[in-house]
Design a protein around this ligand. Structure first.
Ligand code: ZN
Length: 250
C-alpha cells in the first residue's frame, strides 16, 4: 500500500521571549525566518527603566516597517505584569543599588529563578495561543552564569512544562553556545536571508539603533554599537562583541 509522502513540519508556530535587547531581537528574527506564525511576550516586573519596555515597541515597529516578509508572520505582542517579582527580590534591577558581584559569583542583579517563572508563564500563554515553540535568548557563554539560563535548565524546563501542561513544547535557544560577536553575525545572516534588499546590514543597523541593553538605562550616548553608558557589564559585553564582529570583517 502506498503512503503519500507529505513534507512534515512539526513546528510552525512560536512565542519569542522578547525583551527588546540585542539577544532577544536576534531570536525574534530567527523565529520569523523559520516559523509561519510568531508572537512575542515580555514581563513587566518594575524594571528601573521603562526604556527597556519602550525599546521593544520600537524594535517591533521597525521590523514590521523594514522587513515585509516578516511583518506578515508577526502576530500580537503580549506584556504580562509580574510586579510580584519586585516583592520577592531585592536586587539592583528593581532598586537603586550599585552593581556588585556577590560571594556566590553572581551579580547582585540576579533574581533567583526569574527565568523559570518567565518560561512557565510563556508556556501557559503559548498553550492558550496554540504556539508550539518557546524561543529564548539565554546563553551559557554569557559572563554572568545565571543558573536559570543554562542548557540543562532549559532541557529540564522543556520536559517539566511539556509534562505539566500535557502539551509538547520545544524550547529553542539559538544563542546558547555562541558569543556576542557571533550574535551580530547571526543577525546579519538572518537579515540577508530575509529577502529584503540589503537586509543583512539593515537588521544590524536596526539592532544597533533600537535595541536596548544598558543596565543603567542610558540612551544619551550613541556608540558604534548603539546607546548605553559603555561601562556597565551589559554595555561592555555588547561593545566587545560588536568590536570583534567589525574587526573580523563585519
Ligand atoms: Zn551600560
Amino acid at each position: 500500500m502506498n503512503h503519500p509522502v507529505t513534507p512534515s513540519r512539526a513546528h510552525t508556530t512560536a512565542l519569542v521571549l522578547f525583551s527588546g535587547g540585542q539577544d532577544s531581537t536576534t531570536c525574534l528574527a530567527l523565529a520569523l525566518s523559520k516559523y509561519d506564525r510568531v508572537e512575542t511576550v515580555a514581563f513587566d516586573y518594575g524594571q528601573r527603566h521603562r526604556i527597556e519596555l519602550d525599546a521593544r515597541l520600537h524594535v517591533l515597529r521597525e521590523l514590521k516597517n523594514r522587513f515585509a516578509p516578516w511583518a506578515a508572520k508577526l502576530g500580537p505582542d503580549h506584556l504580562l505584569d509580574l510586579a510580584v517579582l519586585g516583592q520577592v527580590s531585592d536586587c539592583a534591577l528593581t532598586r537603586d543599588v550599585a552593581f556588585t558581584m556577590e560571594s556566590s559569583g553572581l551579580p547582585n542583579t540576579f533574581v533567583p529563578g526569574r527565568n523559570l517563572l518567565f518560561l512557565t508563564l510563556a508556556a501557559a500563554l503559548a498553550y492558550r495561543r496554540d504556539l508550539q515553540v518557546l524561543v529564548t535568548g539565554v546563553c551559557e557563554t554569557d559572563f554572568s552564569g545565571y543558573p536559570d539560563c543554562r542548557d540543562d535548565t532549559m532541557k529540564a524546563m522543556q520536559l517539566a512544562l511539556s509534562l505539566g501542561m500535557d502539551k509538547r513544547f520545544l524550547i529553542e535557544t539559538p544563542l546558547m553556545w555562541i558569543d556576542k560577536a557571533d550574535t551580530w553575525r547571526l543577525a546579519r545572516a538572518l537579515g540577508e536571508q530575509s529577502g529584503v534588499p540589503n537586509g543583512g546590514s539593515a537588521l544590524v543597523e536596526l539592532i544597533v539603533e533600537h535595541t536596548h541593553t544598558c543596565y543603567l538605562g542610558e540612551r544619551s550616548q550613541r556608540h558604534a554599537w548603539g546607546y548605553g553608558c559603555g561601562n556597565c557589564p551589559a554595555c561592555q559585553l555588547r561593545a566587545g562583541g560588536y568590536q570583534r564582529f567589525v574587526q573580523a570583517g563585519g
